[in-house]
Design a protein around this ligand. Structure first.
Ligand code: HEM
Length: 349
């Protein structure tokens, strides 16, 4: 192995950078805190999505006539198709949960503060790209729930003042949902978003390595911040064990409950109640409370306010204090959002 390594190193010069990457010193307070696994676990989840997604693409037929049957074939006839689709389906929900938990960890540890602003900003974009994966993937099986949820989702985009119509046309590829919509959603799902997420993850990880982990916040962890362990095998092993546990959970879910597939999309069935994937339910519920005239408030102002405050956060909260219990404003704001999102989701369920 070492001879092969030497041979490759002499020709590529990659040996040094790879050794540097693997030997990177990880502070003990990071290695010993399970909350720091969440970012790596999100990365593992993304890799699982990429692998299972490529496998699904070999059998998926991106046309309104063929999409449903191809997904039905994958789920019920293709050997182990149920497993691959199950991991991809449950994995999309797991990825949203992991991204959200990882974001909360970095938020409560004030890891967005100087000089890690770009780390946080790429993170915010990663959150939105993850949600966009969910939104575009939902339509692909071309079943009733995907079809009707996408109709409503694109209608919501259509209610944006001034540019709404153009936005809706752009998403649908015409006035109604059809082949053009499916092609656009598929291209976004398998080409545009993967390219964006790969680039964002690369910048995110590079930033992480450039600045190192944000400082310890408790006295106990501060005491451990002078001792280090190498990234490989210590942190890699932690993440690998957690990743195997996650995979086992996804296999279990896929085996006990097949990934859902409803009746084929029927544009004429007027009585189908549209409902989005569970992680968009809170928004769907919130829209119910908004009277028609105020729709732009819910579809434009509130999302813009949330996105804007996430982007501005590192430039507003610039103080030295990092302990959440000493920062009531940011802590209470986050708890408020968590309660609202969980509360609305439960109500919608
Ligand atoms: C695909 C999504 C993402 C991946 C793969 C990812 C990956 C990672 C990894 C591996 C780490 C180091 C380990 C850790 O802190 O857990 C990290 C750190 C960080 N992430 Fe992410 N992340 C993602 C999304 C996000 C989001 C949504 C945010 C916030 C909006 C975010 C903000 C940060 C920050 C600020 C750090 C630095 C933490 C520190 O220095 O303590 N990330 N990320």
């Amino acid at each position: 192995m070492s001879k092969i390594g030497d041979w490759i190193d002499k020709r590529t010069g990659l040996g040094g950078p790879i050794r540097g990457f693997l030997n990177y010193p990880v502070p003990k307070y990071v290695h010993q805190n399970v909350l720091y696994i969440l970012g790596g676990l999100t990365l593992i989840m993304f890799m699982l999505q990429a692998v299972t997604g490529i496998m699904l693409a070999f059998y998926f037929d991106p046309s309104p006539e063929g999409a449903y049957n191809s997904v039905d074939f994958i789920t019920y006839q293709l050997p182990l198709g149920w497993l691959i689709r199950g991991i991809h389906h449950y994995g999309s929900g797991a990825m949203v949960i992991l991204v959200a938990l990882h974001m909360l960890r970095t938020y409560f540890f004030s890891a967005y503060k100087k000089p890690r602003e770009i780390n946080w900003l790429t993170g915010v974009l990663l959150l939105f790209v993850t949600l966009a994966f969910g939104f575009t993937g939902y339509l692909l099986p071309w079943d009733q729930k995907g079809y009707w949820a996408t109709r409503v989702g694109t209608q919501i985009a259509g209610s944006v003042p001034l540019i709404g119509d153009t936005l809706m046309q752009l998403m649908r590829g015409g006035p109604n949902l059809g082949q053009a919509t499916l092609t656009r959603f598929y291209a976004t799902h398998i080409l545009l978003l993967p390219a964006m997420i790969a680039l964002l993850i690369a910048v995110h990880i590079f930033q992480l390595r450039y600045h190192g982990m944000s400082p310890a916040i408790t006295e106990k962890s501060k005491a451990q911040s002078k001792s280090f362990v190498p990234f490989f095998p210590y942190w890699v092993l932690n993440d690998a064990i957690a990743g195997l546990g996650l995979l086992a959970l996804l296999v279990f879910l896929s085996a006990t409950q097949r990934a859902p597939l409803e009746f084929p999309a029927d544009p004429t069935s007027g009585n189908f109640v549209p409902r989005p994937e569970w992680y968009f339910l809170f928004y769907y519920q919130a829209l119910k409370y908004v009277p028609g005239a105020l729709e732009p408030v819910a579809t434009v102002l509130i999302p813009l306010f949330i996105f804007g405050s996430m982007i501005l956060l590192p430039f507003i909260d610039k103080g030295e204090e990092r302990r959440p219990w000493k920062k009531p404003v940011t802590t209470i704001a986050a708890i408020f959002y968590i309660v609202v999102i969980i509360g609305f989701t439960v109500l919608a369920l």
